[in-house]
Design a protein around this ligand. Structure first.
Ligand SMILES: [Zn+2]
Length: 300
């Protein structure tokens, strides 16, 4: 009896110990490091994105240091809250007061949970609706959902610290926010302009290849007085490159629609469409997935 109790106790210790070490292992699982903050202009910095792959950390993170606190635009994959805060501390001792999520994806919203629950979180209303459906924001984690939403346009802060948020329609998702820092003439695009290649068109979250070029046109026409552009997943660039991306997407969607009208399969369309000659520096690695999304949309 006594022996059984001791054995039982040992068993419990063994199981608990095993669980504890499994948890520690999970917590200590190394994540790819983040680069330091780099200055975009004056009081605006970026913690750069990385390319998808084993070293992937998420999208570009904007860090805007205002008089009343720090605004963080996009929070990368989960688990980066402490590291983002550490990086911000190198440029300011002010607390993070606001998070803006450009859209729902986990590589832009994943570390919302790493910030104090008092932080104001802002996103487009459709993005909040999309985030509510994510497992990452269920139960206790619901406190890291957007607290404020908007439909067409919204401003956060005032004077030189004002940020203007615009929604111009569907594309990457149905809730992509264009973030403008007017005093600095800088625009952060989220994944509406992620890279120089076909975009990810997330139809499960309301994205649309057909609307994509129209939405880009509205943004290019509607956002004034900007010189510098922070894309979703590539280095800081200029407005000229966003304007070029808009022209690329007009051509690319037209080519996909023509291929569909000619009865080409997705594979044949992907093999025959190539805009890399017309748009130097562009890749065609993401055509097939994007064509698949446009074809599904055309069939509907
Ligand atoms: Zn995305």
């Amino acid at each position: 009896m006594k022996r059984a109790t001791i054995l039982g106790a040992l068993l419990v210790i063994g199981v608990v110990g095993g669980l504890a070490s499994a948890l520690v292992a999970q917590q200590q699982q190394p994540r790819p490091p983040l680069p330091d903050v780099t200055k975009v202009k004056d009081n605006l910095y970026v913690i750069a994105s990385s390319a998808p792959g084993p070293e992937f950390t998420g999208g570009n993170t904007g860090v805007f240091v205002t008089d009343s606190g720090v605004v963080v635009v996009d929070t990368k994959l989960s688990g980066y809250g402490p590291t983002i805060l550490e990086k911000i501390k190198k440029v300011t001792s002010k607390p993070v007061t606001t998070i803006i999520n450009t859209h729902t994806h986990g590589d832009h919203t994943g570390s919302n949970e790493g910030f104090p629950a008092t932080v104001d979180i802002v996103a487009h209303e459709n993005t909040k609706a999309n985030m509510v459906k994510m497992d990452a924001f269920k139960g206790d984690k619901a406190q890291f959902l957007p607290k404020r939403t908007y439909k067409d346009k919204m401003s956060v802060g005032s004077g030189k610290d004002r940020i203007d948020l615009y929604y111009f329609g569907a594309g990457h998702t149905n809730g992509d926010t264009w973030v403008v820092y007017p005093a600095l003439r800088v625009l952060q695009t989220g994944d509406m302009f992620a890279w120089r290649d076909a975009p990810t068109i997330d139809r499960n979250n309301g994205g649309s290849g057909i609307d994509y070029p129209k939405t880009l046109s509205k943004a290019v026409a509607g956002i004034k007085n900007v010189d510098v552009v922070i894309p979703g997943h590539s280095p800081v660039t200029t407005l000229k490159d966003l304007q070029e991306y808009q022209r690329f997407m007009v051509d690319w969607v037209a080519a996909v629609q023509a291929a569909a009208a000619a009865g080409k399969s997705v594979d044949d369309a992907a093999a025959s469409i190539d805009l890399t000659g017309k748009y130097p520096g562009y890749k065609n690695e993401r055509y097939k997935a994007a064509i698949t999304a446009v074809y599904a949309e055309l069939k509907k």
